[in-house]
Design a protein around this ligand. Structure first.
Ligand SMILES: Cc1ncc(COP(=O)(O)O)c(C=O)c1O
Length: 350
C-alpha cells in the first residue's frame, strides 16, 4: 500500500486480545493500540479531525499558524500535521513538559513557547491558556484548536474511531476508555448508543480527578484526569465510572509490557485495570479497551523503578503484590474505588 502523505496513515490501528491478563471466567479483553498512529497516540485522530474541519470552514487558512497549549500527545500530533501540511505550529507548554515530547516536536519543526510562572495554586494550565489567547491575538491567521472545548474533537471520534471499531469488532459488550478531554469516550459512545445501545460504556478516570465531579486531589498518571469537568465530556453517555489509583494504573501498564509484550502508556494501564474489573463482574463478556498511547513515552518515568521510588509509588505496588500477575488480576476484582453507575451519579448530584 502506497500512501500519498503521512496523514493518510492515521487510524486503522490494531486490536489485540489479551492472553494472560484475563479474569479467567470466559470474558475477553480486546485492546485497541493507538500508539500505532504516526505521532504515537489517539491524539493524531483528534488533531487531524480538528484541523481538517477548521480548514473546511475557513478558521484555518493556508499558511496559517496553529497555536495550542499542551505538554504531551496533542503537541506531537499537531507538530506532525503542521510539518505534513505546511503550517507553522506554536506549542505553549511549561518547564514540566517531558523531554521526549520537547525533542519530538522540535524534530518536526514546531516552536515551543515555555510559560515559566505558575498560577497561585502552582498550576500551569491556566497561565498556558492565557498565553495562547495572547498569541492568537497577536499572530494573524492563527488557529487555536482548544481540544477541551472544541466539539470537533468528539465528533471526529464519533464519525471515525467508532466506525472503525464497529467494522473491526462485530460484537462486544462493553467499551472502556480513559478520560482526559472526554473527546474519545464521548465520541465513540455517541455512535455506540445509537447503533449498539446494549454496549455498556465505562469511563476510567484518575482517582483525584474532578472530570466526573468528584472532589479534586492529586494524581501522578499522565493522559487522564483533569481538575475540572471538561467541555467535551458527555456524562449522559458514560454508564459507569471507574476511578483508578496511580499504583493500580501504573502496575497494570508495567504488567502489560512484561506479560503480554504490549508497551502502552499509563492511561492505557488504567483503562485495562478498569476493563479487568468489568471482566470480573461479567463472566463471558467481551470488552474493548482503548489504549491511547505507547509505553516509550514513559521509559524514564513509570517504567523506571528509581523514578517510582522517588515519588512513593513503588511501595504501594510492591506492598499489594501488584508486580505479580495473579495478584494484579485479583486486585482488579476488588479495586481501591468501586465502579460508580450512572444512576448513582445522577442521584448524588441531585
Ligand atoms: C495518553 C493519553 N491518554 C488518555 C487521553 C484522554 O483522551 P481524551 O482527551 O480523548 O479524553 C489522552 C489525551 O490527552 C492521552 O494523551
Amino acid at each position: 500500500m502506497i500512501y500519498d502523505n503521512v496523514l493518510e496513515t492515521v487510524g486503522r490501528t490494531p486490536v489485540v486480545r489479551l492472553r494472560r491478563i484475563t479474569a479467567g471466567n470466559g470474558s475477553e479483553i480486546l485492546v485497541k493500540l493507538e500508539s500505532f498512529n504516526p505521532a504515537g497516540s489517539i491524539k493524531d485522530r483528534t488533531a487531524l479531525g480538528m484541523v481538517v474541519r477548521a480548514e473546511l470552514d475557513g478558521r484555518l487558512k493556508p499558511d496559517g499558524t496553529i497555536i495550542e497549549s499542551t505538554s504531551g500527545n496533542m503537541g506531537k500530533a499537531l507538530a506532525l500535521i503542521g510539518a505534513a501540511r505546511g503550517y507553522r505550529v506554536i506549542l505553549v507548554t511549561d518547564p514540566k513538559a517531558p523531554r521526549s515530547m520537547v525533542e519530538f516536536v522540535r524534530a518536526l519543526g514546531a516552536e515551543l513557547e515555555i510559560v515559566d510562572t505558575p498560577d497561585e495554586n502552582g498550576g500551569y494550565q491556566r497561565p498556558r491558556r492565557e498565553r495562547v489567547r495572547r498569541l492568537t491575538g497577536e499572530i494573524p491567521d492563527s488557529f487555536w484548536p482548544d481540544q477541551y472545548n472544541n466539539a470537533d474533537n468528539a465528533a471526529t471520534h464519533a464519525e471515525q474511531t467508532a466506525r472503525e471499531l464497529l467494522a473491526e469488532v462485530d460484537s462486544f459488550d462493553a467499551l472502556v476508555a480513559a478520560v482526559g478531554t472526554g473527546g474519545h469516550i464521548s465520541g465513540i459512545s455517541a455512535t455506540l448508543k445509537r447503533e449498539k445501545p446494549r454496549v455498556v460504556t465505562v469511563g476510567v478516570d484518575a482517582a483525584g480527578s474532578a472530570a466526573f465531579g468528584f472532589p479534586v486531589g492529586c494524581w501522578a498518571m499522565r493522559g487522564l484526569g483533569i481538575a475540572w469537568p471538561p467541555g467535551n465530556l458527555r456524562h449522559e453517555l458514560v454508564d459507569q465510572v471507574q476511578l483508578v489509583t496511580d499504583h493500580e494504573g501504573i502496575a497494570t501498564s508495567r504488567m502489560l509490557a512484561r506479560s503480554e509484550g504490549l508497551l502502552v502508556g499509563e492511561s492505557a494501564g488504567a483503562a485495562v485495570f478498569g476493563a479487568l474489573n468489568y471482566a470480573h463482574r461479567h463472566p463471558g463478556s467481551r470488552i474493548v479497551t482503548m489504549c491511547p498511547d505507547g509505553g516509550a513515552n514513559y521509559f524514564g518515568e513509570s517504567f523506571d523503578d528509581a523514578w517510582l521510588r522517588e515519588r512513593g509509588l513503588f511501595a504501594p505496588i510492591a506492598a499489594n503484590g501488584l508486580d505479580r500477575l495473579d495478584r494484579l488480576i485479583e486486585a482488579a476484582a476488588d479495586p481501591v474505588h468501586p465502579p460508580v453507575h450512572r444512576a448513582d451519579r445522577v442521584a448524588e448530584s441531585g
